[in-house]
Design a protein around this ligand. Structure first.
Ligand SMILES: C[S@@+](CC[C@H](N)C(=O)[O-])C[C@H]1O[C@@H](n2cnc3c(N)ncnc32)[C@H](O)[C@@H]1O
Length: 236
């Protein structure tokens, strides 16, 4: 089982730094007008996508993981919210050019090669469209051994510092971009998700329990260097 399937089976609703509280704060600061066409990339179990739809956004959400898609679809259905949910890869979005006003994504681009996904975000945005991307960032460059550990467990492609994220953006077609200040990860983020669906049989599987414990250990050993930023990038 890979890390994202573990998250899916646990029904994790906000698997990103700061949790759902940080998501609501960001969305509150942005203030999307009703009818804004939003693509959420890497929607996980659909909590943010449903929240955006509840605010009147016209939401499409994609994720690569079929268990995430199943849970996101369930959440949207029982919430009675009209979210289009599609299984797809961030590096090859199944949408025409210039479809969305906003691409919203949290803790996803770091799991891709980076440049291809960002090119896709840019391609599907309308002119003057905006990308909001909350990403895992590191306070300093990790050693090769540290990177290998994180890559092996989380499947992260790159473990970028803030300047490395900005360099990636500088090579994209986005007209301009900025990154918020670096926020160190605070553990744990208490987060009650009333629509969380947990596959309880996971807790009877020793390999799954071992994975959960390894996650705890990694999070605590990297706590002093791990954090997040929010990238905002505008299409001309
Ligand atoms: C850390 S979780 C974050 C999920 C959600 N954004 C949240 O904050 O709760 C990363 C998500 O990105 C999805 N993902 C990873 N790589 C992807 C890719 N290349 N294309 C689409 N989804 C991807 C995973 O399946 C997972 O649902």
């Amino acid at each position: 089982m890979d890390y994202h399937t573990l998250l899916a089976r646990l029904g994790e609703g906000s698997a990103h730094p700061g949790g759902f509280q940080a998501t609501k704060e960001l969305i509150g600061q942005i203030g999307f007008p009703r009818g804004t066409r939003v693509l959420e990339v890497g929607c996980g179990t659909g909590r943010t996508a449903c929240y955006l739809a509840s605010l009147g956004c016209d939401v499409t959400a994609i994720d690569r993981n079929k268990d995430m898609i199943r849970k996101a679809t369930h959440r949207a259905t029982i919430s009675g919210l009209p979210v289009r949910i599609v299984q797809a890869d961030a590096s090859s979005l199944p949408f025409p050019h210039e479809t969305f006003d906003v691409v919203f994504t949290e803790s996803v681009t770091a799991f891709t090669q980076g440049s291809t996904a960002i090119r896709e975000y840019w391609r599907v945005l309308k002119p003057q469209g905006v990308l909001y991307d909350r990403e895992l960032a590191f306070a300093r460059t990790l050693t090769a051994v540290q990177k290998k550990k994180l890559q092996a467990y989380y499947g992260l492609h790159h473990m970028r510092t803030v300047p490395e994220w900005l360099k990636l953006l500088s090579k994209s077609s986005f007209h301009h971009y900025s990154a918020s200040h670096f926020v160190q990860i605070k553990q744990p983020v208490s987060d009650n998700d009333p629509l969380r669906v947990i596959d309880h049989e996971l807790f009877t599987k020793p390999d799954a329990v071992a994975m959960m414990m390894k996650n705890e250990r990694l999070m605590s050993s990297f706590a002093n260097v791990m954090g997040s930023i929010v990238i905002t990038a505008w299409k001309a």
